[in-house]
Design a binder for this molecule. Structure first.
Ligand code: IPE
Ligand code: IPE
Ligand code: MG
Ligand code: MG
Ligand code: MG
Length: 353
């Protein structure tokens, strides 16, 4: 018998409620760290857009006087998609992982630059995910979605821009060693089509259009889709933080990198699983996006497939698996700088946005 099954119900309840208090405290402390990171990062994000803007201000032929106003609107759209108030969670992961690996100031700047690319790909994925031909959403980050504020064709082209801009930004950042820029670009393309985000989104859409097809749908397949559509970018965020922290060590074979990668796989899936739970349990105002969309659009999610209770049980299992990776790093690899990563893990499961 495990010690757990020897406990009486009131002991179990007390343990669960003290764990809950611990989780709430960790999640709150992550929220505070995240807020101060947002202020630092958003400056970097705004600056990163300048070269694009200057290109259209200064390099259009003087004879084409009608074009600058056209591109003024294009830049408004880019800023709207990229700078609207998101959590900046992927850049925060990259930065926190680099910090946990005791990165110096120069390496932390690399992590911020990778953060720009991650956030740009993320913004592209949201712009397209919200389109009427996909999830048909009207609200994102508490504001009208990009295609509602602008138009569908603009949301499409701005999304395209953001995806390529991410790679352009990393490849042209001369402060980063060339080898690392190439490694980071490969890591990002792997997250998009490794298989990755696009295949995950394709499968997600396919199942929402074919919900009645009699297919043997397994939990493994659902986890795969979640890992692809959302997890791949979170894993990439972890690995870019690892690269910023460990470069020029061999990231593919380094034991710390392997464990952090495993942790990234867990929190990636956990992030989307929690998104499924939030969609079913929170209101539109709190989420800043339309609540209850998954059921109404026949999405295949942990909640629609398993019910809320079992989805929460899976969430707890994944949270424990993710924390176990960090404990191993701490105890077997003597890495004692993992507090933020512990807090970040709890936040992924207990966030309310
Ligand atoms: C929303 O991601 C889309 C998913 C992958 C579930 P976030 O929850 O990180 O959204 P923002 O960037 O904070 O708006
Ligand atoms: C989106 O998943 C994942 C992306 C790659 C954008 P969802 O469709 O569940 O994300 P939300 O709920 O619209 O943010
Ligand atoms: Mg979607
Ligand atoms: Mg959606
Ligand atoms: Mg969702």
């Amino acid at each position: 018998l495990s010690s757990d099954s020897c406990q009486n119900p009131s002991q179990k309840e007390a343990q669960a409620s003290s764990l809950q208090v611990e989780h709430e405290a960790e999640s709150l402390s992550c929220t505070v760290l995240l807020q101060s990171f947002q202020t630092l990062f958003e400056r970097t994000l705004k600056e990163a857009l300048h070269p694009l803007q200057e290109k259209h201000q200064h390099s259009l032929p003087a004879s084409e006087a009608c074009l600058p106003p056209v591109f003024t609107r294009y830049h408004e759209g880019l800023r709207y998609a990229l700078l609207s108030p998101g959590k900046r969670f992927r850049p925060f992961i990259a930065y926190s992982v680099a910090q946990a690996l005791r990165a110096n100031q120069e390496n932390l700047q690399w992590a911020l630059s990778f953060g720009v690319a991650l956030e740009s790909i993320h913004a592209f994925s949201l712009a397209h995910d919200d389109l009427p031909c996909m999830d048909n959403d009207e609200l994102r980050r508490g504001l009208p979605t990009l295609h509602k504020q602008f138009s569908e064709w603009e949301a499409l082209l701005i999304g395209d821009t953001l995806q390529t801009f991410a790679l352009h930004h990393v490849l042209h950042d001369e402060k980063i060693p060339l080898g690392l820029r190439l490694w980071a670009s490969q890591c990002l393309t792997q997250a998009i089509l490794g298989p990755g985000l696009i295949e995950g989104q394709y499968a997600d859409m396919w199942f929402s259009h074919h919900e009645r097809e009699p297919l043997p749908k397994s939990l493994q397949s659902l986890a795969w889709i979640h890992r692809m559509k959302t997890g791949a970018m979170i894993e990439a965020s972890v690995m870019l933080g690892v690269a910023a922290g460990l470069w020029p060590k061999d990231i593919e074979t380094h034991p710390t990198a392997k464990l952090l990668h495993q942790w990234g796989r867990c929190i990636g899936l956990l992030f989307q699983l929690s998104d499924d739970i939030l969609d079913a349990t929170h209101d539109t105002h709190t989420l800043g996006k339309t609540a209850g969309k998954d059921a109404s659009q026949h999405k295949w999610t942990y909640v629609t497939a398993l019910g809320l209770h079992e989805a929460r049980a899976q969430q707890t299992l994944l949270l424990e698996e993710a924390q176990a990776c960090l404990y191993t790093l701490n105890h077997q690899h003597a890495l004692d700088t993992l507090d933020t990563l512990h807090e970040l893990t709890t936040f992924v499961a207990h966030r309310n946005q």
